[in-house]
Design a protein around this ligand. Structure first.
Ligand code: FAD
Length: 266
């Protein structure tokens, strides 16, 4: 047994204050990562600060060029949102593919990004769409946020408050899911921005976590079509290999998923 104290924060400031007082505090959002980790005794926080009911952390807003999703918004609410479906259908599709209904009803976008699992879906969307992560201290560009497996630019106690997505001209996400966990064995998000730039991000494949694919971005900028990727060879070097799939297998999946995503984006 170990002692932990549960707190339910009513505001962002209260959550940050409680975190600062704890000797080894952790925020709790959907709990779909933190609670299993605690049950396995891989984490033993002194204080667990529940942020799921902070009103300022829940909700979705859309303007002419930006879709903003607050951090404690569940995957289910993103998948079901008419605003998300209209502004960035790829994001609603991605959220609907996460885990199972229990995971989607509890898991949150902020928890997924803070955790930065190398096989999680949202990191591909945030990096592929060039989103901005807002915290209680600053804003962080997606290109600076993800820093390797389970590692982000967040400082100790820094709380993600919202994610702002620029609305693209077109985008789609293609995922080859693990049949048991539903995590991405490989997932690729392709996006064409309104200014004509192309971004491609892959999750589930690289040993460094979510990453962009510059060769594919250049090919698609010149010719937005699945066949533009025909001549690209994805190297298995630096890709994950495990009991679920070798690095060679994943290298093939990266290209196949990218081509499927371009076709789906239209
Ligand atoms: P929590 O478990 O509450 O927290 C995770 C970590 O993030 C903790 O360290 C916590 O302190 C920190 N944190 C939480 N919120 C914030 C915040 N706002 N600011 C700073 N730090 C914060 N994910 C996928 O992408 N695809 C899948 O297919 C998928 N399948 C799953 C299947 C199963 C069976 C399970 C259990 C999980 C699966 N997940 C999948 C993960 C799930 O999507 C959760 O979103 C993810 O575990 C973390 O979100 P959470 O809200 O549950 O975070």
């Amino acid at each position: 047994m170990y002692q932990t104290t549960y707190h339910r924060a009513g505001s962002i400031d209260e959550a940050a204050g409680l975190f600062a007082k704890g000797s080894e505090a952790r925020y709790l959002a959907g709990g779909h990562t933190l609670l299993p980790v605690m049950k396995q005794r891989l984490a033993a926080p002194s204080d667990v600060i529940d942020i799921a009911r902070i009103k300022d952390l829940v909700g979705i807003e859309v303007s002419a060029d930006t879709l903003t999703i607050r951090a404690a918004t569940t995957h289910y609410d993103v998948a079901q949102s008419a605003d998300v479906r209209k502004a960035i259908p790829a994001l609603a599709d991605l959220a609907s593919m996460i885990g199972d209904p229990a995971v989607r009803h509890r898991g949150t976008i902020g928890g997924s990004l803070a955790n930065n699992d190398p096989a999680a879906d949202y990191p591909a969307a945030v990096l592929g769409l060039g989103a901005t992560i807002r915290t209680n201290k600053r804003t962080i560009a997606a290109d600076d946020f993800f820093q390797g497996l389970f590692t982000t630019a967040l400082d100790e106690g820094e709380l993600i408050t919202a994610i702002a997505f620029p609305i693209p001209a077109k985008a789609a996400y293609a995922k080859f899911r693990h049949p048991a966990s539903r995590f991405a064995l490989t997932g690729v998000l392709v996006a064409k921005t309104r200014s004509g730039d192309v971004r491609v991000a892959v999750t589930g494949a690289s040993q460094s976590g979510v990453t962009r694919l510059p060769d594919m971005e250049a090919a698609l900028k010149a010719n937005w079509s699945a066949t533009a990727l025909d001549s690209i060879t994805v190297s298995p070097g630096g890709l994950m290999g495990d009991i679920h799939g070798s690095a060679d297998y994943r290298a093939n999946l990266v290209k196949v998923m990218a081509q499927r995503a371009v076709t789906a984006a239209g």
